[in-house]
Design a protein around this ligand. Sequence first.
Ligand code: PLP
Length: 370
Amino acid sequence: MSCDFVSIATEGVQGLTPYQPGKPVEELERELGIQNIVKLASNENPLGASPRAAEAIQAQISELTRYPDGNGFILKQALSQHLGVNLDAIVLGNGSNDVLNLIARAYLAPGYESLFSAHAFAVYPIATQAVGAKAVVAPAKNWGHDLEAMASAITDKTKVIFLANPNNPTGTWFTRADFETFIKKVPENVIVVLDEAYFEYVDEPEYPNGLDYLSQYPNLIVSRTFSKAYGLASLRVGYSISNPQIADVLNRVRSPFNVDSFALAAAVAVLDDKEYLQKSIVINREGMEQVTQGLENMGLSYIPSVGNFVSVDFGKDAMPIYEALLREGVIVRPVGPYKMPTFLRISIGLPEENARFLGALQSSAVKALL
Ligand SMILES: *Cc1c(COP(=O)(O)O)cnc(C)c1O
């Protein structure tokens, strides 16, 4: 092979490191030959999907040979009613990840910049560099977004600003007042993406609902997902809500059938399953209490989180601790790529899964490393 296929990729892509997902349970089973593994690594809903999802998928099986509805009408209609927004404000994505990529493809290019916070979600730099634009990282404050610093980092090349509220992997969030102060400073030709992947979990009176700002700020895009509180991570369904002009632009670069029939049907089925959603929220609230209490009892510090995960600071390179936890059959998430090498992120699981994690921390092999 005389051609170096990396060096002929676009410059932005050459500079990328691939997204590192949580380790799959099957992989650890193969590697260590152990069973009974607990995965608390990908902020998945520990309840298992709503039974309504499986029913909806069954009902679609007879349609396997057909293309899905490329317009996703039934889901958009359900979302439109559920959220109180117009149908033409909604763009469906193959996970909200897809929506973030659509935004980058439609609005970023070489010569332009996207802007996001230090320790923000890893997809923002990937989406940006994949289209040849420059990712500008604003400093964080107490691990959270410093919206003042972000406003100061806007240049005449800034086209898209990504805000995660709450942010993953830090679990930090910003208030309505701080968001309002920020967005007032953003020029109208700069797109503000408010990533609300964990919206349903947040129970803070001062937490802003992005939808409340859409009419006042035509440059705002709110993104949400069925992967977290709605428990459908494997199906890949997310969406954005924005002014219809932006939605039209995003639809121009969207692949025609980006959300499959099973995903569309299951998303519709779970959207109004209030019981499941409520159960997800309660199990997370109780699990967060269980995990953080356990960490405090061990004298470990963590970043207070309003998501379904918490990042724990071990005050030293966390990789040996991560590996020792794997040997105890507990998969958590290293966050070195987020410039948090002393942290591990733990997703909140079922009570017995949380207990397994806390127990593993106290096993002699792990304890020796703390
Ligand atoms: C999980 C997550 C998403 C999107 O996940 P999808 O499964 O692609 O919908 C988006 N933003 C943040 C901050 C996340 O943590």
